[in-house]
Design a protein around this ligand. Structure first.
Ligand code: HPA
Length: 270
């Protein structure tokens, strides 16, 4: 049986210390490396009842809690995606635990396909907004009026400004764009990609949007960064596959890590 967020927070404090957290980081496919840089406790999800058993290769199901660049963080080495078990709210408990541990904000990362020519594999995109192309919602079934979450400025302007400034200080391009959530696990068809391009999407992926909704529901500020691993279906000759995603993620992961570290150093000074 899964436990409450408060119970799990107590369990994590017992292993990682009681000082409150400032920030959470959720790592996408092939981006798990940064979890290893946290100075503190590494707690397997398997020790945290109700945490997802992230079953996708390229994710490592460990929660790292401790210091990174002078900021007390929790880094989620993996997430459960909707397509794994059909649960759009799979990340609700982990994000609620983050809130219970005192965090004010969470930065989500993901691997995504690009719809914009010139923004190819290895580039980064800061989400300015998103399109829920799945029609699913992690708050379906939530009974309280809190379920009516405003999503107008869901992608926090202050966090985005901080991430943009960090990228600029590193000399890295971090264009903003709109991310479309497609349920997966099959990739999109070229016709679907043409359709979401017309709808206003700049990148497409299989995660993040439910977590943005859940974070706002829980009162966490949220921002998200995509590592582009491929041009979306029909936009290039490359073969799209999960293997390709994992192979290309490190190209952008190194840049993402520089942006995140610089962003954290800025936070540490405040
Ligand atoms: N589509 C959906 N998800 C993805 C892609 C894509 O092209 N690339 C990496 N994750």
């Amino acid at each position: 049986m899964s436990r409450s967020a408060e119970d799990l927070a107590a369990l994590i404090r017992a292993r990682a210390g009681a000082a409150p957290l400032r920030l959470g980081l959720v790592l996408g496919s092939g981006l798990g490396h940064i979890a290893g840089a946290v100075e503190g406790a590494a707690i397997p999800y398997a020790d945290l009842p109700g945490f997802p058993h992230a079953g996708v290769s390229g994710h490592s199901p460990v929660l790292a809690v401790g210091m990174l660049e002078g900021v007390r963080v929790a880094v989620f080495g993996g997430r459960e995606h909707y397509y794994e078990k059909g649960r759009p709210d799979a990340m609700r408990l982990p994000l609620a635990v983050l809130k219970a541990l005192g965090a004010e904000a969470v930065i989500l990362t993901n691997a995504a396909g690009s719809l914009v020519p010139g923004r190819g594999p290895g580039s980064l995109m800061l989400l300015s907004d998103h399109i829920n192309f799945s029609g699913l919602n992690p708050l379906i079934g939530e009974a309280s009026d809190a379920r009516f979450v405003p999503m107008t400025a869901a992608h926090d302007p202050g966090l985005r400004a901080g991430l943009s400034a960090a990228a600029a200080a590193e000399g890295l391009a971090l264009p903003e764009g709109v991310y479309a959530w497609y349920s997966g696990p099959s990739f999109e068809t070229p016709a679907e990609i043409r359709a979401i391009r017309i709808l206003g999407a700049d990148a497409v992926g299989m995660s993040t949007v439910p977590e943005v909704i859940l974070a706002r529901f829980l009162g966490l500020r949220v921002a998200a960064v995509s590592v582009i691993t491929n041009m979306a279906a029909g936009l290039s000759d490359e073969q799209i596959s999960h293997e390709h995603t994992k192979a290309m993620a490190p190209l952008g992961a190194e840049k993402l890590e520089r942006v995140l570290r610089r962003f954290l150093r800025g936070l540490a000074e405040r």
